[in-house]
Design a protein around this ligand. Structure first.
Ligand SMILES: [Zn+2]
Length: 87
């Protein structure tokens, strides 16, 4: 990840541990995604709910890099909205 946006020069990591907040967003998005995938698999198959959750968790793994990136973007937007600051 770049330290600064190559387009506008925005500094991404404002302080040490800045993206800790993004982890909360990531956790929530992961739960929603896995729950939705599990429900879809469970409803469209004869699998037990435990099996559907296990398979949904495996299907979710390739989406993790996308989710981490999206979470950081959402965090930056939220943080900049609440605390525009100088940097
Ligand atoms: Zn930019």
């Amino acid at each position: 990840m770049f330290a600064y946006c190559p387009e506008c020069g925005l500094r991404y990591e404002r302080e040490q541990g800045y993206f800790l907040g993004a982890m909360y967003i990531s956790y929530g998005l992961a739960l929603i995604t896995i729950a939705a995938l599990s429900a879809l698999l469970w409803a469209s198959s004869s699998w037990s709910i435990e099996r559907a959750i296990a398979i949904a968790s495996l299907l979710f793994l390739p989406l993790v890099p996308l989710l981490v990136t999206a979470s950081r973007v959402l965090w930056i937007h939220l943080d900049r909205r609440l605390d525009p600051g100088a940097d």
